[in-house]
Design a protein around this ligand. Structure first.
Ligand SMILES: *Cc1c(COP(=O)(O)O)cnc(C)c1O
Length: 357
């Protein structure tokens, strides 16, 4: 497990890496679906990634061995949306491990949101009134270098591996919880049969009013939005809110638009949260482009998060003053419903802190 106390840049042992492996890759999964094969075929070698983009691995500084605890993972379809031969491409920048990650910065730690404080029941984070967040898996379809849960102790979260009984019992015992958020990792890396098991367990809890999914998979792997998933969504007993995660307009192509259209057809509400990232989307034109691309996919912007200060991510940080200035300019260009709320997640506060909209 990750031992925060060592303070080293050692990203734990094999157990952590295993927890990050999409379950779909597990041999027990029978006949793989198309999306499972795409997931298994993701690029994991930085040298190969650069080669695919026509970049010389010797000239683009990147890191291979040092990030054993949080390896590169990016689906090939997402790589195809990157600009050829551009080392500054905003999509590439989100996923390519770099030497800047090894620089220790004061204020950047393994658990920037102090989530361990809210992690009383394995796999369940109950931080805000009425909403409880379920860590359904440690796996994601893509590994984002700025991920604030990159050092989350997934192996200790028993909701991992489908052992959700303790988390479900805690939700059932607390009538104040009206909404369950399926998070992770990314819940849509679980096979649909597993999602069905989970929603069947939740369906027995009468005080639940809403179900929410936090997922980046329909963006990076739109093939995941297949018939079985759509059937599951349409048969849920609660209205479902799906909060996607895209940071740049170029992440949204025709395949993503088609996937979003099919998700909406199930009756789900589609929102997007993004992170303000230096060198990725820290300009008014990039943020405007993102909102317009989301709109073209039928998705409304929800939150623009200031970076959570997880160690290794300092090079992505944008100052709060700059963020506020960008928001003011953005609001001058777009209709109000295409302007996300600028928020910061502060450990210990009762909600996300809204800084501007
Ligand atoms: C962000 C977050 C939520 C959801 O907050 P909303 O403002 O309702 O989107 C819930 N639980 C945890 C632990 C969170 O970090």
């Amino acid at each position: 497990m990750i031992t925060a106390s060592t303070g080293s840049r050692q990203h734990g042992g094999a157990s952590h890496v295993e927890a990050l492996h999409p379950e779909a890759l597990h041999p027990e999964a029978s006949q793989p679906e198309l999306w499972q094969s795409e997931l298994a075929d993701a690029v994991t070698d930085p040298g190969e990634l650069l080669q695919l983009l026509g970049l010389d691995p010797r000239q683009v500084p990147h890191l291979t061995a040092a990030l054993a605890g949080f390896p590169l993972r990016v689906p090939r379809g997402f790589v195809r949306r990157m600009r050829h031969a551009d080392p500054e491409d905003p999509l590439l920048r989100q996923v390519l491990p770099g030497a800047a990650e090894l620089i220790e910065q004061p204020g950047f730690g393994p658990d920037p949101l102090a989530e361990h404080r809210y992690h009383q029941v394995p796999g369940l984070l109950h931080k805000y009134r009425g909403r409880a967040l379920l860590i359904t898996t440690g796996a994601c379809a893509v590994h984002c270098r700025y991920c604030f849960r990159r050092e989350f102790p997934y192996g200790q979260a028993a909701a991992e591996g489908g052992r959700w009984s303790a988390a479900l019992a805690a939700i059932a015992a607390d009538p104040s919880i009206e909404e369950v958020i399926l998070s992770g990792g990314d819940p849509l890396t679980l096979r649909t049969a597993r999602l069905e098991q989970l929603s069947a367990g939740l369906a027995g809890i009468s005080h639940l009013r809403r179900l929410r999914l936090h997922t980046r998979t329909p963006i990076v792997l739109p093939e995941r939005v297949d018939d079985a998933l759509l059937r599951w969504l349409s048969e849920l007993r609660w209205p479902c809110v799906i909060v996607l995660h895209a940071n740049h307009g170029s992440e949204i192509d025709d395949a993503v638009r088609a996937a979003a259209r099919r998700l909406r057809a199930t009756g789900a509400t589609l929102l997007n949260q993004s992170v303000l990232l230096a060198g990725v989307n820290d300009s008014v034109s990039a943020l405007e482009g993102l909102s317009l691309a989301l709109w073209s996919a039928g998705v409304l912007p929800y939150y623009l998060n200031l970076l959570d200060r997880v160690r290794g991510s300092a090079h992505f940080e944008v100052t709060e003053a700059r963020a506020r200035a960008l928001m003011a300019e953005l609001a001058g260009r777009l209709p109000g419903y295409l302007v996300p709320r600028l928020v910061r997640d502060l450990a210990g506060s009762a909600s996300k802190t809204v800084l501007g909209a």
